[in-house]
Write a protein that binds this ligand. Sequence first.
Ligand code: GLC
Length: 554
Amino acid sequence: MSDSEFRATKWWQTGVIYQVYPRSFQDTGGDGVGDLRGIAARLDYFVALGVHAIWISPFYPSPMADFGYDVADYCGVDPLFGTMDDFDALLQAAHEKGLRVILDFVPNHTSDQHPWFVESRSSRTNAKRDWYLWRDAAPAGDDWVPAAQRMPNNWMSNFGGPAWTWDEATQQFYLHSFLKQQPDLNWRNPAVQKAIFEAMCFWLDKGVDGFRMDVLWLLVKDQYFRNNPRNPEYQPWMQDIAQTLPQFTADQPETHLIVAEMRTLMDTYSDRVLIGEIYLPLPDLVKYYGNKVDAADETPVLNGAHLPFNFHLIQTEWKAEAIARIIREYEAALPPGAWPNYVLGNHDQSRLASRIGAKQARAAAMLLLMLRGTPTLYYGDELGMTDVPIAPDQVQDPAEKNEPGKGHGRDPERSPMLWVDAPNAGFTTPDAKPWLPLMSGWETANAASQSKDKKSMFTLYRSLLHLRRVHDTLHAGAIADVRAEGDVLRFRRVGLEDGSSVDFQVLLNLGNDVATVQCAKGTVILTTLLDGVGAGVDGDIVVEAGEGILIALD
Ligand code: GLC
């Protein structure tokens, strides 16, 4: 490996990101919903765990139709979460502890209560009419169908039903890729771009360390509003949106121009990170790193997102061969100089430990934290939290309410963080009612209990994070020899050629049976079972089902 490959130096490359879903993290107000003061009160937890940055899901003023992803003011704090003073105090305290703070930014749509939309819908001639995507009803056919039912095209909402809602007052439809309370902005309008960039500057000027951009690959839509093609694989049990393929509603070429503009703006500040939420196949995903060729000397420049989120470990079958292939294909697809990243959970996905089981969740922790690239952890995964069953009368998520029973409700993975063995697990005051039910078993699964247990999931995460931090090879080195040997996923992490850093072998048994594999001479540094550390290895090594072993090679 050449020295140039050993080049991770930025905090967002060498560090680990932890996602906080603020409603569910820590409530100080006693209303059963988490708040900014709660996050501030838990900063020492992030330090003890060993993460470097927190990404906070939206806390802007919002009617909360989609729990904050419907923003009514890009430059404020919803009273439910606190005040701007609370935010300023949180940012300052985090920085004092060496923690970076990344905000969730929602550029694709606003709330229907945002003053921009209120103006836009007020009349067809309003100056902000074109800030959103308004269309006439489709022409009437022979059958008399009212205009309000003649959708402009076949585009569907991600939360069920058509992506168009009729506005009776102005006799047009507006587009919403999500809820009808979340109208899509018109990113082809330069005034919209300017307004959003100004809002980004508001936070960057305050000193936030970056943004996670919501649904970045959906920003721009086809300018001719063409119908999406039918999905031949659609089945009735699927979400409505799966009826068509998103040819004209996602990943449009013009989106890359917008991302490049965002990046240019971020680069006028020092050391900030631009992360994109992007669900796309690998070849399309890596294009979001950008790749402008500098006309002067033909050097390719990465002018896109620093980290287009890579969700493929969530979407790929939990099998050694499939995961090895994803890692190799991803590494091979990265443009020169692009830094990889991996995500195993978030507020939109069933919990890791529910998807693959408690045993494999330990191997997953080692996988995520030992791969080359920035890992993003979802709150509670470090405790092995699982999905919480939600009774029909407890449902909060609009995605579930709109398409009940299709299994896409996101409440199960948003249950309150478990802090201590005390009423409400310390998430909120003892007599408050948490907005979602607690996970059962919280009496022992909580962070305080697990931090005292030498074999807990929390101890495993903390140990992995510590090793990742102290070894250059693990946070900045290369990756080699990624392959499956039966059910065992194996790869090496490789340090500098001059031998000044240690090389590591990672062995992960993703199957259900014990396996024996070969390993070069070295010493066990950590196992996911948190035993056997210090043992010498040379040749055969036994890996239990769901076990991960980290070996420092001689
Ligand atoms: C993103 C968010 C999700 C939200 C949606 C609409 O996918 O992660 O929670 O509902 O965008 O903003």
